[in-house]
Design a protein around this ligand. Structure first.
Ligand code: MG
Length: 236
């Protein structure tokens, strides 16, 4: 075993390891047909905005996962004047999304390296069937030590419970020995702060840390994580 700075890597899934935009676009197109809705770039953008807003509300505890699952399609169908069953649209979408295990470039290779240093636990805000279905189709399933899914927990990042459950899977009690890696300030990085865990912000587009959250490491590429795990890179 190489020298290591941390005993567990808590890793976000969407837009950190998986290409959520590609998965969402594919699943949306598949689910539109039975709902009688046109799968256009405009409709996808509209749905995506509605969905993002609801996930932000979930992070703030304003809606539940079960409400979000269907409400995003109710709101979308209202907005485009579609009639039909939002629940059935939601079911088709969740099934289609579960089949979309599109990794980001280099992500599988990166996890394959990291797991030789320490256990990697996925900590994701998502629907259980979607996240588990996708993981079952991904080579990552053999590489990770476990997965914490918000729908199963009944809490979502930035609730520190999510990260603590991830640490538990790896048998880690000291938050100082855990590292949270993710792209979202409002869920991953705020969650790390709430749990007293070091944060590594995957920020490929060089966005601004507007809320001024504590970020121990900021990276543009997943390849930068390797030096952090071994302690060669201490911050920055
Ligand atoms: Mg993410």
């Amino acid at each position: 075993m190489p020298k290591r700075r941390y005993d567990v890597l808590l890793c976000d899934a969407d837009n950190t390891l998986f290409d959520f935009s590609a998965a969402e676009a594919n699943a949306f197109a598949i689910a539109c047909a039975p709902a009688g809705v046109k799968s256009t770039p405009e409709n996808l953008a509209l749905y995506s905005r509605i969905n993002d807003a609801l996930w932000k509300r979930l992070e703030r505890g304003e809606v539940t996962q079960a409400e979000l699952r269907v409400r995003r399609f109710e709101q979308f169908m209202d907005a485009v004047g579609a009639t039909g069953d939002a629940r059935s649209f939601a079911d088709h979408y969740a099934d289609a999304l579960a089949a979309q295990a599109v990794p980001l470039p280099g992500a599988i290779e990166a996890v394959a390296r990291w797991r030789r240093v320490l256990p990697v636990v996925i900590v994701t805000n998502g629907i259980s069937a979607t996240q588990r279905g996708r993981m079952a189709r991904s080579p990552l399933r053999e590489m990770i030590a476990g997965m914490v899914v918000s729908e199963e927990v009944g809490a979502a990042k930035p609730d520190p419970k999510m990260l603590r459950l991830g640490m538990e899977i790896a048998g880690v009690q000291d938050p100082g020995r855990a590292l949270m890696l993710g792209d979202s300030l409002s869920s991953d990085i705020a969650g790390a702060a709430n749990a007293g865990v070091d944060a590594c912000w995957y920020n490929p587009r060089g966005e601004r840390n507007a809320p001024g959250l504590p970020v121990r490491y900021e990276i543009r590429s997943l390849d930068e994580v390797d030096a952090i795990l071994t302690g060669e890179r201490e911050e920055g």
